[in-house]
Design a protein around this ligand. Structure first.
Ligand code: ASP
Length: 291
């Protein structure tokens, strides 16, 4: 983790906590925290998102709250600075849970969400192109994908947050630009409720990072929340489900897990996971290993 990422994570924790301190909801806190990370350009979300193999940046995000089990998500949304806010709008302004692609982008524009017309950060070597110029999953991109697949790396630096407010309502959210070397149109776990995020006051809130293909197949977030509801501690629930992910399908992931009573765990099977927590006392704790 770079010093800038560390500072940004601490700032995001402070911003989210401030929202809770003012008496707002855990959904407000999760959205606020993720917005800080999305607009930093330092993580794989919002303006820092990865590009797909046709050089288009398509982003996924979701948010869920645990009192009413309301949830909203967007997948393959483009040129929107805060996909997490688009996900929240889906949750609050529609009867749906998930909107995808160009219609999701238009939906966000209708609500005047800020667009992201910033140049792509220099560390990404591709130049962005607009959807209408994009080639989609053509023979060329399929060939490129096959050639590069052997070097496929673990998805990194998706952003997520979990929170509990004064009423004991938990919420979780996540936002990502996906993994390295994705085929155009690839969607990971992040916008899939029960896979990348889940929140239920009867168990707790979970937000995942890691290789989405594995997380989806085990439905990791829901599996962890079910174990919390059955009485497991956050640390035990995370450990058991992550172990299953690794032994059953050789997946790789990290989890933020929070119970409505404030107990929490951060666990990962990857060598590192940049994450932090803050209960309002002292300063925020930010580290890149949590065993
Ligand atoms: N889970 C994300 C995805 O598969 C990637 C990540 O967490 O870094 O799209």
């Amino acid at each position: 983790m770079t010093a800038m990422q560390r500072t940004c994570l601490a700032a995001a924790l402070v911003a989210g906590h401030e929202v809770l301190r003012r008496g707002a909801s855990s959904v407000d806190a999760v959205e606020k925290t993720i917005r800080v990370l999305e607009s930093s350009g330092l993580f794989n979300a919002g303006i820092g998102s990865r590009l797909q193999l046709d050089r288009v940046r398509r982003m996924d995000a979701s948010i869920m709250e645990g009192r009413s089990l309301r949830a909203g998500a967007v997948a393959a949304i483009e040129q929107i600075r805060h996909p997490i806010s688009a996900a929240r709008l889906v949750m609050e302004e529609t009867e749906h849970v998930l909107l995808v692609g160009e219609p999701a982008t238009r939906f966000a524009r209708y609500f005047k969400l800020k667009s992201d017309r910033q140049p792509v950060p220099r560390r990404i070597s591709f130049k962005p192109v607009h959807a209408q110029q994009a080639s989609g999953p053509t023979k060329k991109t399929l060939d490129l994908y096959r050639a590069m697949r052997v070097r496929r790396t673990v998805g990194l630096e998706t952003v997520g947050a979990v929170a509990v407010d004064r009423s004991g309502t938990v919420a979780s959210g996540a936002s990502t630009g996906g993994i390295a070397l994705m085929l155009p149109g690839r969607v990971g776990d992040t916008p899939l409720i029960g896979c990348g995020v889940y929140a239920d006051n009867g168990g707790g809130a979970v937000s995942m990072t890691g290789v989405g293909e594995g997380i989806i197949r085990i439905a990791v977030a829901k599996e962890i929340v079910d174990r919390l509801a059955a009485g497991a501690s956050p640390a035990l629930a995370a450990r058991l489900v992550l172990k299953r992910l690794v032994t059953r399908i050789r997946g790789a992931a990290g989890a933020l897990v929070l119970a409505p009573d404030g107990r929490f765990a951060i666990r990962h099977t990857t060598p590192r996971m940049c994450a932090g927590y803050w209960t309002g006392n002292g300063s925020p704790i930010v580290r890149d290993r949590f065993w």
